[in-house]
Design a protein around this ligand. Sequence first.
Ligand code: ADP
Length: 326
Amino acid sequence: MSGIRPTGFLHLGNYFGAVRNYVRMQEEYECYFMVADLHSLTTHPDTKELKENVHRVLSENIACGLNPDKVALYCQSHVYETSELYLYLNMLAYKGELEKTVTFKDKVRQHPENVNAGLLTYPVLQTADIILHRASFVPVGKDQEQHLEMARNFVKRFNHRYGDVFPEPHAFNFGDELVKVPGLDGGGKMSKSENQYATIYLSDDDELIRKKVMKAKTDNGPAAPNSPRPDYIENIFGLMKLVSSTEVLNKFEMDYNNCSIRYGDMKKQLGADMVQFITPIREKAESIRNDSKYLKEVMEKGAAKARKSAKATMELVRQAMGLNYF
Ligand code: ADP
């Protein structure tokens, strides 16, 4: 089970941190993937662009290879049981631990004028989404590690107080480690909501992709053979690892180690490889986005599957909590 907020176009971070794993998981697991529209209200209360954004995220997920016939692909707000479970879990979540969450502190810094209770309890809503399907594996990027730890704490508390209903959820990745795709400005991570120029979107056209890559920070190159790589250079190699061939990567690693690297050439190659990777996804997503009848069918089918699983879980929850009085 996993979700992405409809707060803008998807980017390479979303793809390599999350969606790539969704696509592989669909072959082996029973999967629930949602557009987290309720979560987006914590920071984006204006709903004018929400419908368009929901359609975008759905189209981009499908264009990346997610098959709505294999998985439940749905919209968070279409499954009302989420709100009920969120309410119960809120009684098991403490103000102190919520205030210590890194993402909460970041958001408070970014939006000091809108520190709402939904923002504080974001990890509680996220836990409700996950355990509503009694999910064990949550494909997410590295930035979500702390939220998953909190989800396990809430689950342990629930199970301890009311009986064993939920498995403990864990962050999941097919590789060894969770992924963090860095921004092109050398710091932070690619992100939907901040850092527009440091982020490569799956919707960027070829020209823009090349331009963004060419602007990535570099320097005069290493002064001595086999020097350690500064963070911003390491990031460029990291991005190359994601989209380029091993031969290309090896060539530039060798060039770096023997001090003959030309960053202009490296960025040109990286830009070309990114264009090759993104163009087919962008074109497919565009055509799906224009088919609103198809998207409606996807959402309805996904919601029906998700509601069925949610309903079964909530019966167990009410029973365990002693909320059945008949
Ligand atoms: P954003 O931070 O761009 O608004 P979301 O919060 O909707 O994205 O996250 C959706 C998924 O994408 C999560 O699983 C998150 O871990 C992953 N993700 C987001 N940014 C990155 C990144 N730069 N590197 C790796 N994974 C990321």
